[in-house]
Design a protein around this ligand. Structure first.
Ligand code: TPP
Length: 578
């Protein structure tokens, strides 16, 4: 069998149905072989830069491994940002790259790049295959490594001569990697200790991250939080892991977290971190993060334990298994503890009520938050929401009411602009019946705008809602608040007419300029059976609030307008000059 057929057969055996990539001469045999296989679809992206987030969006929304493919040299190096994005956010992915023939490696051959070396710090593992007989085993191992433990990207580099070789198909036996044995069950003594701490706590908080979604532990989390009456805050990547509308939900914490979540974390006596990694956008000033709390950390990755914040009770294991065990063993709340928890929940509710997420409504200019609220309304909260990076990302996480896991896809760790649209394409391919939106900024969307062709070519009904403020909005917000409004290089003075661009690619284009046009335009775009782009002309200088200034304690938030719409900026806990 030709190695190309062999490789595809091995991919199929690993459950792959879609490959996202852009071909070069090294992969002609592979792409050709793809045409012959009914069960495998090769989705051609216009740029490899976008092929990776396509595979990423496919993976995050389905839970399967995403696969991308690029040619040697520039094709391979174009994968780097997407691989780093997947690595930071623990996304299961296999990246296949073409390489120059084995005999030419190291000789600065045409389109040679040491992609294994370049991506070593941003992959979970990588292979340079110099022998065709290694392919099946390597692919099997790659899928195993990418999808188990803390998931992540694995790269397989395939030299041209290896790709063109012929060899016998041998299905490899199981995977045996002595140095790689993720631990799934939590240590029973540590679980016991954690339960004891939870029992003692009067003001506990659950801080849930993307690990809850990855391990499929949302139901177990809900059960635990409800039985113990513990308020829950989620990270950006944890959105959807706990229903936004739940009475115990406090929303996101950190730099753009809610008033209630940030105060609750600052005042709690016990912090239970579940599948989260104490990222700096979450913790703010690290010494003042949950300063009086005992800390429990449940995570599958032992290297995440006490990496940024020292924890008292680590539990290394799969979040779902650990929570299942905790649910089994936890004692029901007695009257005394229930009263203490209710007192704490009443305080949290007071904070929620005092400063809910809000914005200045307007009937003259479109508020970006209003667009997100309307997307929530017209989709019934059931869409898969992808975002770009910047203000659009924060408003999407704040104002869309996520009900279920795998419905919010966003580049959290790396913060990669240009992620959302290709991720939406991948998510739509993986979920053909879902409504998929990319909530975009005008800057970010232009980083992968060419993929409108891919959406049209593949008849994908993805919708792009551009919150068009004609600025690199989030950077402008920092300039406004911390650099005396010096808007250097953030105004996007030259921009295309996005409606016309969409139409030029064969998609539908819409433009809305006033608040009363928002809902009808959204409904029209939703009714359109193919890809649609809506250019929402929004308030140009709207800001995302709350905002914790970089390096500050998360207790100190710059707050937006209060309940009566009063615009004065306020800082909780401490004066902050703005
Ligand atoms: C690839 C990349 N380049 C630069 C940045 C830095 N950056 C973060 S947010 C932002 C502005 C984003 O502007 P836009 O997409 O218009 O979104 P908005 O903030 O206006 O919603 C920039 C430039 C980044 N995160 N990613």
């Amino acid at each position: 069998m030709k190695i190309a057929d062999y490789l595809l057969r091995t991919l199929e055996a690993n459950g792959v149905r879609h490959i996202f990539g852009n071909p070069g001469t090294t992969e002609i045999p592979l792409v050709r072989a793809c045409e012959k296989r009914r069960g495998l679809r090769y989705v051609v992206a216009l740029s490899e830069v976008a092929a990776v987030p396509m595979a990423d969006g496919y993976a995050r929304s389905t839970g399967k491994v995403g696969v991308c493919l690029a040619t040697s040299g520039p094709g391979a190096t174009n994968l780097v940002t997407g691989i780093a994005t997947a690595y930071m956010d623990s996304v299961p992915m296999v990246a296949l790259t073409g390489q120059v023939p084995t005999a030419m490696i190291g000789g600065d051959a045409f389109q040679e790049a040491d992609i294994v070396g370049i991506t070593r710090p941003i992959t979970k593992h990588s292979y340079l295959l110099k022998d065709a007989r290694e392919v099946a085993r390597a692919v099997k191992e790659a899928f195993h490594i990418a999808s188990t433990g803390r998931p992540g990207p694995v790269l397989i580099d395939l030299p041209k001569d290896v790709m063109s070789a012929i060899c016998e198909y041998v299905e490899p036996n199981g995977v045996d990697l002595p140095g790689y044995k993720p631990k799934y069950d939590g240590n029973p003594k540590q679980i016991e200790r954690a339960l004891h701490e939870i029992e003692k706590a009067a003001r506990p908080v659950i801080y849930a991250g993307g690990g809850v979604i990855i391990s499929g532990a949302s139901d177990e989390l809900k059960k635990f939080a409800e039985s113990q009456r513990i308020p829950v805050t989620t990270t950006l990547l944890g959105m959807g892991g706990f229903p936004s509308g739940h009475p115990l939900a406090m929303g996101m914490l950190g730099m753009h977290g809610t008033y209630a979540a940030n105060l609750a974390v600052s005042d709690c006596d016990l912090l239970i971190a579940i599948g989260a990694r104490f990222d700096d956008r979450v913790t703010g000033k690290i010494e003042e993060f949950a300063p009086n709390a005992t800390k429990i950390h449940i995570d599958i990755d032992p290297s995440a334990i006490s990496k940024n914040v020292v924890v008292h009770t680590p539990i290394v294991g799969d979040v779902k298994r650990v929570l299942t065990e905790m649910n089994k063993r936890v004692k029901p709340l007695d009257q005394f503890h229930r009263a203490a928890r209710d007192k704490w929940l009443a305080e949290v509710d007071r904070w929620k009520d005092e400063r809910p997420l809000s914005y200045d409504h307007s009937d003259k200019v479109i508020k970006p938050q209003y667009v997100v609220e309307m997307i929530d309304q017209v989709t019934g909260g059931d869409a898969i929401i992808c975002t770009e990076v910047g203000q659009n990302q924060m408003w999407a996480s704040q104002f869309y009411k996520f009900k279920r896991p795998r419905s919010f896809l966003s580049s959290g760790g790396l913060g990669t602009m240009g992620y959302g649209f290709p991720a939406a394409i991948g998510a739509q391919i993986g979920n053909p019946h879902a409504t998929v939106f990319d909530i975009a900024g005008d800057g970010s969307f232009q980083m992968n705008i060419q993929e409108l062709a891919t959406a049209v070519q593949n008849c994908l009904p993805v919708k792009v809602a551009i919150l068009n403020n004609h600025f690199l909005g989030m950077v402008r917000q920092w300039q406004e608040l911390f650099f005396n409004k010096r808007y250097a290089h953030t105004c996007l003075a030259v921009e295309p007419d996005f409606k016309k661009v969409a139409e030029a690619y064969g998609a539908a284009g819409f433009r809305a300029e006033s608040p009363d046009e928002v809902e009808p335009t959204l409904r029209e775009a939703l009714a359109y059976p193919g890809p649609a782009v809506i250019d929402f002309q929004v308030d140009r200088e709207e800001n995302v609030y709350p905002m914790v200034p970089a390096g500050e304690s998360i207790r100190n938030m710059i707050l937006g307008p209060d309940k009566r719409g009063k615009k004065a900026l306020k800082v909780a806990g401490k004066d902050f000059p703005v």
